[in-house]
Write a protein that binds this ligand. Structure first.
Ligand SMILES: [Fe+2]
Length: 485
């Protein structure tokens, strides 16, 4: 464990590896068994994506991130909870079903055998469309995404796959776009690979599918980028030193992520790009860290604050290989770290805000880009996700939920209507219960971290990554919650 002392860890008391079993079953249940009482105001859907199946014929994917995408929908209406799940009907999934083997390259799995096939797959549409990382609602469209540039639109009610949503202006992108408050559109990042590589940020309007590049910066070896930060003025491009020479991807004989190299000597380099002019400031340099998820960012007294879930190095990528996880081996875990960039002195300082937090969420509609107080996420004290934690950015961890034998996923914050307090609302988390072998949707009071209700699904839901709550109360509900962690 890189960030939390070994002594703070406790041995696993339960076998949580059942959450890595594949799920083949698609179903629809009108009313799940429900314990407790849902808030009357909570009406809408928790929609999630995640890997659900890691096998194709006799072959098995190599990494947690590789599994075929499945959509899950918990519908909440009139005190009852429905559930449905469907595989995303991607080219990657259908080809594997038809041929009984892995056909498309995934994050850490590459089926190509010949050099020609590798080069061909890098520069042709054979990139995977297995959008299993995160989803957003952009205008009226539901779009699920991964890090290859093929976002997939689906029907938010039926979970039916519609098709490719838009074409990002680059080859490597993130599944963590931000809301552009002014337009109701979306901001995201893509790395343009070619004779001159460049980072690009682009914007998509809520009702369009033509990306407009708003800022870009040249780069020789792009860093692995899972998310980025946003303040009211700046796009925050944090380059953690896991970098790739892009030409190596088709030539190396290794799957995508195994072409990246950890180069701590580069440190962490943070560049600020003006959202209006595209002008770049930086890079501002600090110690090497690795990070999947930014928590929030904002401007304060001549500084830019960037909060992120950080690791000392990129070991976590190795730790999430499927055979390790199915064997119950522990994974490294992140801390929440605050970077303060003093724009006057150009110095970057950082401090730990909390130990043990990943898959972070905030009251996004209210506080993203702005000073804020609270974040929620999951910890892994036993080596795998076993607690939901609440972090007060002024005080560190101030509350948690856990239950023996249970493994909670990302806690999605849903704000209570007309609430005064930033933390007034609920958290929705899909929890794997190793005792029953099933998963349930847990509803917590986000302020107190106490359980309000749980609705049990008819089967386990394989460990996934991200989802969004779409409220039925508002005309454009996800405009305020469309970000992912
Ligand atoms: Fe993520």
């Amino acid at each position: 464990m890189s960030q939390v002392a070994e002594s703070a860890r406790r041995p696993s008391t339960a076998d949580l590896t059942g959450g890595f079993e594949s799920l083949d079953h698609e179903t629809h249940v009108d009313s799940l068994p429900l314990e407790g009482k849902l808030p009357d105001w909570l009406q809408g859907s928790l929609v999630r994506t995640g890997p659900a199946k890691w096998e194709a014929g006799e072959q098995t994917m190599r990494h947690w991130f590789d599994g075929f995408a499945m959509l899950h929908r918990f519908g909440i209406a009139n005190g009852e909870v429905s559930y449905a799940n469907r595989f995303l009907q991607t080219k990657a999934y259908r080809a594997a079903e038809e041929k009984g083997e892995i056909v498309y390259s995934e994050f850490a799995t590459d089926p190509c055998r010949s050099l020609f096939a590798r080069v061909f797959s890098m520069f042709s549409p054979k990139l995977t469309d297995n959008a299993n990382v995160n989803l957003v609602k952009l205008g009226e469209r539901y779009i699920t995404m991964t890090e290859t540039p093929i976002p997939v639109e689906f029907d938010g009610e039926t979970l039916e796959t519609v098709g490719v949503a838009y074409k990002p202006p680059g080859m490597l992108t993130t599944a963590h776009p931000h809301l552009d408050r002014a337009s109701g559109g979306m901001l995201n990042y893509a790395a343009k690979i070619g004779p001159r590589n460049r980072y690009r940020f682009f914007q998509i309007p809520p009702d369009g599918n033509e990306p407009r590049v708003v800022a870009e910066a040249p780069v020789k070896e792009p860093a692995y980028m899972h998310s980025f930060g946003l303040t009211e003025r700046w796009l925050v491009l944090a380059e953690f030193p896991l970098v790739v020479n892009p030409i190596s991807i088709p030539l190396s004989g290794r799957p995508y992520i195994e072409n990246y190299r950890w180069k701590p000597e580069l440190g962490t380099r943070i560049t600020l790009l003006d959202r209006d002019t595209g002008e770049a400031l930086g890079p501002f340099e600090t110690d090497p860290f690795f990070c999947f998820h930014h928590v929030n960012a904002y401007e304060e007294n001549g500084s830019v604050i960037v909060d992120a879930c950080t690791y000392r190095d990129a070991q976590i990528v190795e730790d999430l290989y499927l055979d390790r996880l199915r064997d119950g081996k522990p994974a490294d875990w992140a801390e929440m770290r605050r970077f303060r960039i003093d724009l006057g002195s150009r110095k970057v300082t950082s401090e730990q805000i909390a130990e043990g937090i990943e898959l972070p969420r905030i009251n996004y509609g209210r506080v993203n880009e702005r000073p804020y107080r609270y974040a929620w996420g999951v910890d892994a004290q036993s080596g795998w996700l076993d607690r939901i934690v609440k972090v007060d950015t002024h005080q560190g961890e101030t509350g948690s939920w856990s239950e023996d034998g249970c493994s909670p996923g990302e806690p999605v914050f849903v704000a209570a209507p007309d609430s005064e307090a930033e933390d007034s609302g609920v958290l929705l988390s899909v929890v794997f219960d190793s005792h029953s072998g099933n998963s349930f949707m847990l509803v917590l009071d986000a302020a107190e971290m106490t359980e309000l209700a749980r609705a049990e699904a008819p089967h386990h839901i394989p460990y996934g990554f991200h989802g969004q709550f779409v409220s039925d109360r508002q005309a454009a509900p996800l405009r305020s919650e469309a970000r992912s962690a």
